[in-house]
Design a protein around this ligand. Structure first.
Ligand SMILES: Cc1ncc(COP(=O)(O)O)c(C=O)c1O
Length: 384
């Protein structure tokens, strides 16, 4: 497949038609990523639930739906959107973090299967929904994830039920609590499958305490490439390891995965325009018409995102800090070498398809960016 991200003429054409800042998503790349997962996991009894928090645009959700995926939702509005797009309730799983009882009620009343992340919710479930089976989000006490802010399975994390609360779980099972599945998600951008495997060891060990479960949801964490020389997670080796765990369990079990980033990160770019190139004491700044109100990952998670000057194909480079318009520290890249930048140039920020628009805001009362989808049926503006 020709990489559409190299099609500078197309990208510039999109900025002329729709102006900047604009997120551009490529359906072909999403499908390529789905295919990669399906190929790696083909021998497993598995299902994929796209973590819609990564990019909840209805048109992106439709692509997932058309390709047979389910979704993982984390809020009432995400559930509502998934239902509106056409996902059957059986294709939606709900993994909220510290929800109110009303939020749980919303899901239970619609028979959306829910992963409960605290034993403190068990009384609510037993008293109000005694016949409904729940999943348990387990915290395996495994410190992995690209950085501290996206590590969610360690001893100090708010997420999940610590594995050492098994006795509490058993007490509630005796009282009639129905548990049909286990879940974990120990972090994003996990570097190796061996790191993920440490969590898997814990959850499969935990699963032995149950007579029969329908599935184990292994969450996600699948790392993507952000720059040349970067690695993606070795999915096939990971799948083989999971299979060995399934084989060793005394009862048959299905597996669920909840990828977000893996499916949409590389499929999206943010195109921004240079408002000004200004000289600081020592540094040169490329000031663009965007900021962390559009794309917060570089500032919040310190993530590296490749930036390309689409308006200048020269191979010579100069060093810039690429900064935004907010009255804040909103630096997209420090000391980055780009082909020489001038006012009006279009810069492409890569790997912006996940946690880009979905984490955007109207801070400083500035508008949100537009979103455009490039697919077989053409190029269109997509409403969020
Ligand atoms: C419960 C849960 N599942 C899945 C994901 C998706 O993770 P990723 O985007 O790394 O694939 C997240 C991300 O935060 C999550 O919290």
């Amino acid at each position: 497949m020709k990489n559409p991200l190299n099609d500078t003429d197309l990208l510039i054409k999109i900025t002329k038609k729709y102006s900047t800042p604009v997120y551009v998503y490529f359906e072909d790349i999403i499908k390529r990523q789905i295919h990669k997962l399906q190929t790696a996991f083909q021998k497993l009894p598995y299902e994929i639930h796209y973590a819609m928090k990564a990019n909840e645009n209805p048109e992106i959700l439709k692509i997932m739906h058309q390709n047979g995926l389910g979704v993982d939702a984390v809020s009432i509005n995400e559930i509502k959107r998934a239902l509106t797009v056409g996902f059957a309730k059986e294709k939606i799983i709900y993994t909220p973090s510290c929800p109110s009882e009303n939020e749980l009620k919303f899901a239970f009343d619609r028979q959306i299967h829910t992963h409960i992340g605290g034993t403190e919710y068990f009384d609510f479930v037993i008293n109000n929904y005694p016949d409904t089976a729940i999943g348990l989000r387990i915290n395996p006490g495994n410190h992995i994830g690209g950085n501290q802010k996206i590590a969610t399975g360690h001893n100090n994390s708010k997420f999940g039920i610590p594995v050492n609360q098994l006795d509490i779980i058993n007490k509630y099972i005796d009282k009639g609590l129905k548990i049909d599945s286990l879940h974990l998600h120990t972090g994003s951008d996990v570097k190796t499958w061996q790191d993920l495997a440490r969590s898997i060891d814990v959850i499969f060990e935990f699963a032995k305490h149950f007579n029969q479960l329908k599935y184990i949801d292994l969450g996600s964490g699948f790392k993507v490439k952000y720059q040349a020389g970067d690695t993606e997670i070795a999915l096939k080796a990971y799948a083989d390891y999971i299979q060995s765990k399934i084989d060793a369990l005394a009862y048959p079990i299905r597996i669920k995965f909840e990828p977000g980033k893996f499916l949409v990160s590389d499929a999206g770019v943010l195109l921004v325009k240079v408002n000004v190139v200004k000289q600081g004491f020592d540094k040169k700044f490329a000031g663009v018409n965007s900021g962390f109100h559009h794309f917060i990952r570089p500032m919040y998670y310190d993530t590296y995102h490749e930036i390309i000057n689409l308006s200048n194909k020269e191979s010579a480079t100069e060093k810039y800090d690429v900064v935004g318009v907010l009255c804040e520290e909103d630096t997209f890249a420090h000391n980055r070498y780009l082909s020489p930048v001038k006012k009006g140039d279009i810069l492409m920020i890569r790997n912006a398809g996940a946690y880009g628009y979905s984490m955007s805001s109207i801070y400083n009362l500035r508008d949100k960016p537009k979103e455009v989808l490039v697919s077989m049926s053409g190029i269109k503006l997509i409403e969020n």
